[in-house]
Design a protein around this ligand. Structure first.
Ligand SMILES: [Zn+2]
Length: 253
C-alpha cells in the first residue's frame, strides 16, 4: 500500500510516511502534519487487540454466517480464551448498530414479542424485505402507534393482528389471530412475514446464544436485524470488514 494514500488516524491529513514497525511487526506511519505515529489499527475497533489479522478475519467470517456462533465456540475455533471470543462477538455486534433501517417502504407487517422479559415491537416491509426491531416499555396504543407511524411508509398499508394497541393506525388492516392466520376476506392481509422474523430472532437467541442478557438486548436486536436484512454472506462479510477498519473512537470496552 502506498504510504502517500495513508491518511492520519488523528488529524486526517494525507501523506503520512512509513516509520518502522511496532512490537507486533506491524507497519507504523508518521503524520507530517501532527507528527503522531500510528498503525492501520489505531483508532479502529481493532485498536489495542493482541489478535493477529488472520484471527480477526476468521472471527469476521464466523460472525458473518447466517446463524452466527457463540463467543465460547468462537474462542475454541480461534484458540483464544473464552472471554476473548465473547468480547470479539461484542465488538462485532456493536458495529451493526448503525445499520438499523429507518423506514419500511410499501406494505409493512407489525407485531410484538417478548425477549428477556422485555417487549419488542417488530415490523417488516414486504417490498424491501427489511425488518426493524425496537424495544418498547409496554404494548399500549400511546407507545405502539407513534413508533409504527414514524417507521412505516406514509403511502403504504399497515397489517397487524387485532391487538387493541394498533386500533387507531391509519391505512390499517387486521387479521384475527384467535381465529386464523390469514384474513379470509383479503388473503394478502397477514403477518406471516413478521412471524418469520421472530422465528429467525428466536433461533439466534435460544440456539446460538442460549438467551440474551437484558442489558445487551439493544445490541442483540441490531445483530438480528443485520443478519436478517443482509441476505448474502459475502455482503455481510464486506460490510463488517469496512466497518471494522473505519476510524472510530467509541467501540472498545
Ligand atoms: Zn496527523
Amino acid at each position: 500500500m502506498s504510504a502517500r494514500r495513508i491518511f492520519c488516524r488523528f488529524c486526517g491529513a494525507a501523506g503520512s510516511h512509513r516509520f518502522g514497525k511496532d512490537r507486533q511487526r506491524r507497519q507504523r506511519f508518521k503524520c507530517p502534519h501532527c507528527s503522531k505515529i500510528f498503525t492501520l489499527r489505531t483508532r479502529t475497533a481493532k485498536s489495542g487487540s493482541q489478535l493477529s489479522d488472520e484471527q480477526w478475519r476468521m472471527a469476521l467470517r464466523l460472525f458473518s454466517l447466517r446463524a452466527g456462533m457463540s463467543g465460547t465456540d468462537l474462542s475454541a475455533v480461534l484458540c483464544v480464551h473464552r472471554r476473548t471470543g465473547q468480547k470479539l462477538n461484542r465488538i462485532l455486534r456493536r458495529l451493526t448498530v448503525g445499520l438499523r433501517p429507518r423506514t419500511l417502504p410499501g406494505v409493512s407487517e407489525w407485531d410484538e414479542s417478548m425477549f428477556s422479559k422485555q417487549w419488542v415491537l417488530g415490523g417488516v416491509s414486504r417490498q424491501s424485505g427489511q425488518c426493524l426491531l425496537q424495544i418498547v416499555p409496554n404494548r399500549t396504543e400511546e407507545t405502539l402507534v407513534p413508533i409504527v407511524e414514524r417507521h412505516s411508509d406514509p403511502e403504504g398499508f399497515v397489517f397487524t393482528d387485532e391487538w387493541g394497541g394498533y386500533i387507531n393506525l391509519l391505512r390499517h388492516m387486521t387479521v384475527c389471530h384467535a381465529r386464523e392466520f390469514v384474513n379470509p376476506q383479503a388473503t394478502f392481509v397477514h403477518t406471516n412475514t413478521q412471524e418469520g422474523v421472530w422465528g429467525h430472532a428466536k433461533a439466534l437467541s435460544w440456539h446460538t446464544y442460549r438467551g440474551i442478557p437484558k442489558p445487551s438486548l439493544p445490541q442483540f436486536l441490531c445483530e438480528i436485524m443485520f443478519r436478517y436484512n443482509i441476505r448474502s454472506y459475502q455482503t455481510r462479510f464486506s460490510v463488517l470488514s469496512a466497518l471494522l477498519s473505519r476510524k472510530t473512537n467509541s467501540l472498545l470496552s
